[in-house]
Design a protein around this ligand. Structure first.
Ligand code: CXF
Ligand code: ZN
Length: 374
C-alpha cells in the first residue's frame, strides 16, 4: 500500500474540549510503532459512553481527543513485533486488551487482563496529531476517524466476509449487554429477568437473557417507545416506572412473587443500580451493574446481600475480546445473533454531531457512521 511507513493525512471528528460539538478536522496519523496496528476505520457507531466522556466526565486530561470505541475496519499496516495481524485483515478494535498470558487472562472467570485498561490512560505521546497538538484516543481506540492506531493486544481479527457496517456494534454495546446476561449474571433457563434501560446495551442484555433461556424478561424504561424493539429481542413484560407511584422494586416484586432471579442495570445511574438490586429475589437473586458512571458512589442496605442477593458488575460483558469478538461475529454470520435490529440510523462521519444529538434525545438505538472510501 502506498501509505505504508508514511504519515497519513485524513479526516477525523475531533473533540477539542468538554461540552463542545465535535469538529471535522484534517489529522496526521503516524505509522504504527512497535506492537501497534494502523487501521482504516470503515464503520463506527456512537455509544452512550462517548457522550459521557464529552459531556459528563469532567477530567480535562482526556482532551483534545478522538472519541469512539465501537467500530470495525481494515488493517492498513502493522509495526514491528506484530505477527498475528496483517495488512488487509478485517478487525474490530478493543477497549479492553487481552494479553492471553497474565493470571487474569488464564482464568476463565474474568476479562480483567493486567493490561486491560492501558489504552485508557491519557498520554502525551499519541500517534495522532491535529494542528500541532497530540490527540488522545478515547479508550485506546479513538474510532471517530478515517484512520486510527491501536495496540496489537487491542485488536480482534474477524471473518473476512463480515459486513463491517453491522459487526462494528460487536465492539461495545452488543458484547457489553449480551455478555452481562450470559457471562456475568449467568442467566439460567426458565428464570425471570429484569433489564433496566433499553438502549443498545439493555436491548443486547434482553437478547442475552433470551438466548440463555429465560422464561420471563421484564423490560423497564421510562421511554415506552423502546418497548417494541425489546419485544422483538425477547422481552415478555414491559414496565414504565412513570406509570407507577410505588418503587419499581415493589412493582417487580408483586409481578414476580418476590422478585426476579436476575436483574441488569443498563443505564449508568446509581439510583437505578440500587433499584435493580432491590428488585432481585432474596436467597439467590443476582444483580449486575452494566451501565457506566464514575461520578457517584452507589449504596444499598447490607441486608440486601445478607439475605442472599449477589451484586456484581462487568465491562464488555466479561468477554475476553480477542477470543470472543471473532466468535460473536461468527454468531451473527450464522444468524444466531441479531445486530440489524439495533441500527436505527446510518450517516456519514461528517454528520456525527447529528448522531450525538439523536442519542442525547433518546431518538436512536445505534447510528452507524461511515467514513468516505478512498
Ligand atoms: C465503556 C467502558 C469504558 C471504556 C469505554 C467503553 N463501556 C461501554 O461503553
Ligand atoms: Zn460503549
Amino acid at each position: 500500500m502506498a501509505t505504508v511507513g508514511k504519515v497519513i493525512k485524513c479526516k477525523a471528528a475531533v473533540a477539542w474540549e468538554l461540552n463542545k460539538p465535535l469538529v471535522i478536522e484534517e489529522i496526521e496519523v503516524a505509522p504504527p510503532r512497535e506492537n501497534e496496528v494502523r487501521i482504516k476505520i470503515v464503520a463506527t457507531a456512537v455509544c452512550h459512553t462517548d457522550l459521557y466522556q464529552l459531556f459528563e466526565n469532567k477530567d480535562s486530561a482526556g482532551f483534545p481527543a478522538i472519541l469512539g470505541h465501537e467500530a470495525a475496519g481494515i488493517v492498513e499496516s502493522v509495526g514491528p513485533g506484530v505477527t498475528e495481524i496483517k495488512p488487509g485483515d478485517k478487525v474490530i478494535p478493543l477497549f479492553i486488551r487481552q494479553c492471553r498470558e497474565c493470571h487474569f487472562c488464564k482464568s476463565p472467570k474474568t476479562n480483567q487482563c493486567v493490561v486491560a485498561w492501558d489504552g485508557a490512560i491519557p498520554t502525551s505521546d499519541t500517534p495522532i496529531t491535529c494542528k500541532g497538538k497530540n490527540l488522545q484516543l478515547f479508550a485506546g481506540t479513538g474510532t471517530f476517524t478515517e484512520y486510527t492506531v491501536v495496540h496489537k493486544l487491542a485488536v480482534a481479527k474477524i471473518d473476512p466476509a463480515a459486513p463491517l457496517e453491522k459487526v462494528c456494534l460487536i465492539g461495545c454495546g452488543i458484547c457489553t449487554g449480551y455478555g452481562a446476561a450470559v457471562n456475568t449474571a449467568k442467566v439460567e433457563p426458565g428464570s425471570t429477568c429484569a433489564v433496566f434501560g433499553l438502549g443498545a446495551v439493555g436491548l443486547a442484555a434482553v437478547m442475552g437473557c433470551h438466548a440463555a433461556g429465560a422464561k420471563r424478561i421484564i423490560a423497564v424504561d421510562i421511554n415506552p417507545d423502546k418497548f417494541e424493539k425489546a419485544k422483538v429481542l425477547g422481552a415478555t413484560d414491559f414496565v414504565n416506572p412513570k406509570d407507577h407511584s410505588e418503587p419499581i422494586s415493589q412493582v417487580l416484586s408483586e409481578m414476580t412473587n418476590g422478585g426476579v432471579d436476575f436483574s441488569l442495570e443498563c443505564v449508568g445511574n446509581v439510583g437505578v443500580m440500587r433499584s435493580a438490586l432491590e428488585s432481585c429475589i432474596q436467597g439467590w437473586g443476582v444483580s449486575v451493574i452494566v451501565g457506566w458512571t464514575e461520578m457517584d458512589d452507589v449504596s444499598a442496605r447490607p441486608l440486601m446481600m445478607i439475605a442472599g442477593r449477589t451484586w456484581k458488575g462487568s465491562v464488555f460483558g466479561g468477554f475476553k475480546g480477542r477470543d470472543a469478538v471473532p466468535s460473536m461475529v461468527k454468531a451473527y454470520m450464522d444468524k444466531k445473533l441479531k445486530l440489524d435490529e439495533f441500527i436505527t440510523h446510518n450517516l456519514p462521519l461528517e454528520q456525527i454531531n447529528d448522531a450525538i444529538e439523536m442519542m442525547k434525545q433518546g431518538k436512536c438505538i445505534r447510528t452507524v457512521l461511515s467514513t468516505s472510501t478512498k
